[in-house]
Design a binder for this molecule. Structure first.
Ligand code: ADP
Length: 260
């Protein structure tokens, strides 16, 4: 017994560990499957809602629209805005699906400052809002290894939220922090509560359904943003205070200098 004991115990441990690993794998797969089903259910619901609204306004238009210009106007406005909503939703879903396919992405040497500058100017024009941008000297000279189109998409998602949920000018700063580009996007808007913060990157998560319906959000923006961050081995962090505002901090690794 003395001879066999330890050996037997360690075998048993090994089998036990193997069993545990197997169980972990199974529950991981089950969790993945559950999330996938939930996603399909949520997506179907989100797609059906605007269609139901369009359908009922179209019926209204057919029945009463001929004689009543006010009804005609109301119905057409609703159909137009719900169609836009549906289009945004489908575009976002297609973007998410693109990441799921995990195709080979091509990362090129990319200067971040002109990309932020260009995005800032486009959004300032589109929304008639001020975005202040300052970049440190170092950050002007370094490059990322990145998919420029996707980084721009990321900037648009974060800046668009800052614009939607605040009224004051937005401050964007770019600095160099130990080998990383540190991008901070700060707004003085409505803020996000501590309970909501951990869920922001979940697909279809919206803090306030009614408020977000007005702002036309889909709840997919930050899920897409997270995919883009992961693709570039970066990190994204939200700090927020209700009624005070939100600061988003993004870290993206610079391309190693020896390679430049
Ligand atoms: P949406 O399309 O609804 O904006 P997102 O995934 O981009 O979806 O964001 C998820 C939710 O996070 C938003 O609905 C909003 O409630 C909250 N949120 C994101 N950014 C901000 C911000 N800068 N200020 C306040 N709330 C924000």
């Amino acid at each position: 017994f003395l001879m066999l004991g330890p050996k037997y115990t360690s075998r048993k441990d090994e089998i036990g560990r193997l069993g545990q690993t197997f169980n972990d794998m199974i529950s991981h797969l089950q969790e993945h499957d559950r999330k996938q089903k939930q996603f399909v259910a949520d997506a179907s619901h989100e797609l059906r809602t605007p269609l139901t609204v369009i359908e009922s306004y179209t019926s209204m238009l057919k029945r009463w629209g001929g004689n009543d210009p006010a009804i005609r106007r109301e119905a057409l406005d609703a159909v137009q805005s719900e169609t836009r909503r549906l289009k945004n939703l489908i575009e976002s879903l297609l973007k998410l699906a693109e990441f799921e396919r995990e195709e080979q992405v091509k990362l090129d040497e990319t200067a971040l400052v002109p990309l932020v500058q260009e995005t800032k100017e486009q959004l300032e024009q589109a929304f008639n809002r001020e975005i202040r941008f300052t970049a440190s000297e170092v950050s002007k000279h370094r490059r990322l290894l990145a998919d420029a189109k996707k980084i721009k998409q990321l900037l648009i998602i974060i800046l668009d939220n800052a614009i939607k949920y605040s009224r004051e000018p937005i401050d964007v700063t770019l600095a160099d922090v130990s080998g990383f580009a540190e991008l901070k996007i700060a707004d003085k808007g409505v803020g996000i509560s501590q309970e909501d913060l951990p869920h922001l990157f979940e697909r279809f998560y919206r803090v306030d359904q009614t408020r977000n319906r007005e702002t036309g959000g889909t709840g997919l923006g930050l899920a897409i943003a997270k995919q883009i961050i992961d693709l570039h081995q970066g990190t994204i962090r939200f700090e927020s205070e209700v009624g005070e505002g939100t600061t988003v901090t993004i870290l993206l690794p610079w391309k190693a200098q020896t390679e430049q």
